[in-house]
Design a protein around this ligand. Structure first.
Ligand code: ATP
Length: 426
């Protein structure tokens, strides 16, 4: 059909065709021609309508794209503006003056009396609050959250430990004592109130390395569902003066915020060693940290829901001030496991292993005098490793024998120094 160019679907050629057909003598042929032509035009009309619909939907899509890109341009422009904005100064509120103005100490040094933005609620402004200041007018434009040391936050063990009392072998008496001194004041402080006694403020676990002190602390945190904050004493020894003391302060603030909580200081001797008069500036910094720890211990309520536990292998070098009543006033000794305790620990650590029938744990305990809980755990693990190496599914007595020899040999030097009271360094 030669009619595609005209909007009506008809062009000059068409009109000529019609004139030609009309001039033929046969009227039937002419009417048939007209009917065919009408059908053709109807089809053409349908196609055009379809095309119009398509073009209109494309137009709508292009318009929505345009809106989207305009929005993106606006967002990027505002981001550029934001990036170009001058930095704000940090200051600390010293005193509220008349509700509209405050006395601030700027980080640059001097104190200023400045205005507060009306968008800031009056409750947010208090002495000590950290605020952001406009560079030119020094007006308070924002209140900053209290500074928190990432180191302190890293100390919180987010997931409550999974260790339970049932995983600890041979320390039943110690568990009882901890329950009474730490767990009970946390879960039933009213029982102490009723009798009118104060529970111990801090519990100190003493004993050789690897005897389960950390395990005990984890188990209490698990059983009481308390936040467990674990600090290693040496982490509190910092490079700059006053930093260690600040960390201690922030740890106690965090413990109160997240209460009920248990603060557990491992290797307490790193900060708690006896104070001496003559010392290097490093020693004095450690002493400052210790004094802050003592001050915090004095400041908190023993019936409150923050409990303090610590562990050390060297309680003999601890400062007496730490051990006086009202501080670490409950000392729990975690000894090297006895024969019976060794059997229990060995059984605990091999309960998930596939072991050959008839394995004699009493004999194993007899072969491991002086072994600590950690040594016994290592023995069961090594025995398992021997079985794996030899591609067996079951751990046999010979595996245990070889593991005992391997582990006890490697720990022998440390055992000797432990037994002979050999020189140890704080
Ligand atoms: P350190 O003084 O060196 O910190 P620690 O006394 O805190 O040592 P833990 O970390 O509690 O020792 O114990 C080390 C590992 O030894 C534990 O993970 C545990 O598997 C095992 N262990 C120690 N004592 C026991 C015990 N009584 N029952 C079961 N396992 C124990």
């Amino acid at each position: 059909m030669g009619s595609t160019g005209s909007p009506s679907g008809m062009d000059k050629e068409d009109i000529n065709n019609i004139a030609q057909k009309k001039s033929t003598k046969d009227p039937d042929e002419f009417s048939q021609y007209l009917i065919d032509r009408m059908h053709q035009l109807e089809e053409h009309n349908i196609r055009l309508k379809e095309e119009t619909r398509k073009v209109e939907s494309e137009k709508k899509f292009a318009e929505s794209q345009k809106v989207k890109y305009e929005r993106e341009v606006r967002r990027l422009r505002s981001e550029i503006e934001r990036m170009k904005a001058p930095p704000l100064l940090v200051g600390t509120v010293m005193e509220e003056l008349d509700g509209e103005r405050v006395l601030i100490k700027s980080s640059a040094g001097p104190n200023f009396v400045v205005n507060i933005s009306t968008f800031i609620s009056k409750d947010e402004i208090y002495p000590g609050a950290q605020v952001a200041l406009n560079q030119q007018s020094l007006a308070v434009v924002n209140v900053l959250p209290a500074p928190k040391d990432p180191l302190v936050h890293g100390m919180e063990i987010i997931e409550t430990p999974t260790v339970s009392y049932a995983d600890i072998g041979g320390l039943d008496a110690q568990i009882e004592e901890i329950k009474e001194a730490v767990e009970l004041p946390l879960i039933a402080p009213e029982r102490f109130e009723a009798v009118g006694v104060e529970p111990p403020k801090g519990v100190l676990l003493i004993g050789p390395p690897g005897t389960g002190k950390t395990m005990l602390a984890k188990a209490v945190a698990n059983e009481t569902k308390a936040t467990f904050i674990r600090i290693v004493g040496s982490e509190l020894v910092q490079k700059y003066i006053g930093e260690g003391a600040r960390l201690v302060r922030e740890i106690f603030v965090m413990a109160r915020e997240k209460s009920p909580s248990i603060i557990f200081i491992d290797e307490l001797d790193a900060v708690g060693a006896r104070r001496i008069d003559t010392g290097t500036s490093g020693d004095r910094e450690v002493q400052r940290t210790l004094m802050q720890l003592l001050a915090e211990m004095d400041g908190f309520d023993p019936r409150g829901n923050v409990k303090l536990m610590a562990a050390t292998n060297r309680h003999d070098i601890l400062d007496p001030a730490l051990l006086r009543p009202g501080r670490f006033d409950r000392i729990i000794t975690v000894p090297i496991p006895s024969f019976e305790a060794r059997i229990e620990i060995l059984k605990l650590h091999s309960r998930k292993m596939k072991i050959a029938p008839g394995i004699n744990f009493e004999r194993m305990a007899a072969l491991t005098p002086d072994a600590t809980g950690a040594d016994l755990k290592a023995i069961t693990m090594e025995a398992g490793m021997f079985a794996v190496r030899e591609e067996r599914d079951v751990v046999e007595w010979s595996d245990f024998e070889r593991a005992i020899e391997k582990v006890m040999k490697s720990t022998r030097p440390s055992l000797e120094s432990r037994n002979s009271g050999g020189v140890m360094f704080a």
